[in-house]
Design a protein around this ligand. Structure first.
Ligand SMILES: Cc1cc2nc3c(=O)[nH]c(=O)nc-3n(C[C@H](O)[C@H](O)[C@H](O)COP(=O)(O)O)c2cc1C
Length: 173
C-alpha cells in the first residue's frame, strides 16, 4: 500500500516539506497538490495519509478546508495519519494553529501532528501582505525557522507505524 501526501501551498514551503517527506517515507508515495486537484484521490490505494497546509493570518485556506471536509471519512479510515502545518509561530501559538487547522477527529486519530516552521521571502510579498506581515511579526528581513529535524522525526514516526503490526496485543501484568 502507498502513502498519499495531500498539501496546499502559496509560496512553496509546504510543498517543499511534502517533497522532503516523500523522499523520507518508505514505500511508494504520491503527492497531491489540492489546488491543482481539489476533487481528491482514489483513497482505496493508500494506507497512509499525510496532510500539510500553511498558516496565513492565523488560519488555513478555504480550498483546503473544503478538501478535508469532503474527504474526512476516507482520511479518518486510514491506518496511519500524519498532519503538519507550516507557520512561523512556535510554542502555544503554533499548537493552537494546528488545532485550528484540522478537525478534532483528525488530530485525535493522527499518529503525529506538528508545525515544521515557515519561510518568508520579503520580495515575494505584495504591499498589503508585506505590511500586514511586518506589523504582526515585526520581522523585516527574509526569515526561516523551517525545521529539517521536525520533518525527519515526522517521517520516522510514520515509518515506524507503517512497519508495526496492525494491532498491538494488550500487555498482561
Ligand atoms: C502575510 C503573511 C501572514 C502570515 N501569517 C502567519 C500566521 O498567522 N501564523 C503563522 O504561524 N505563520 C504565518 N505566516 C508565515 C507562513 O505560514 C509561512 O511563510 C509559510 O512558510 C508559508 O507557507 P507556503 O510557502 O507553503 O505558502 C504568514 C506569512 C505571511 C506572508
Amino acid at each position: 500500500m502507498s502513502t498519499l501526501i495531500a498539501y496546499i501551498t502559496k509560496r512553496g514551503t509546504t510543498e517543499y516539506c511534502a517533497k522532503q517527506l516523500a523522499e523520507k517515507v518508505e514505500g511508494p508515495v504520491e503527492l497531491l497538490d489540492v489546488r491543482k486537484n481539489p476533487v481528491g484521490a482514489d483513497w482505496s490505494a493508500y494506507d497512509t495519509v499525510i496532510l500539510g497546509v500553511p498558516i496565513y493570518g492565523g488560519d488555513i485556506e478555504r480550498e483546503f478546508k473544503q478538501f478535508v471536509r469532503e474527504n474526512w471519512r476516507f482520511i479518518l479510515s486510514k491506518r496511519c495519519l500524519g498532519l503538519y502545518i507550516c507557520g512561523l509561530f512556535d510554542g502555544e501559538k503554533g499548537l493552537a494553529e494546528i488545532k485550528k487547522a484540522y478537525p478534532e477527529q483528525l488530530t485525535k486519530k493522527a499518529l503525529i501532528a506538528d508545525n515544521f516552521g515557515g519561510r518568508v521571502v520579503q520580495s515575494e510579498l505584495g504591499f498589503i501582505e508585506r505590511t500586514a506581515f511586518r506589523m504582526v511579526t515585526k520581522i523585516k528581513e527574509d526569515y526561516s525557522n523551517l525545521s529539517e529535524e521536525k520533518i525527519n522525526a515526522f517521517a520516522a514516526r510514520i515509518n515506524e507505524a507503517r512497519t508495526a503490526p496492525p494491532q498491538k496485543a494488550s500487555a498482561s501484568k
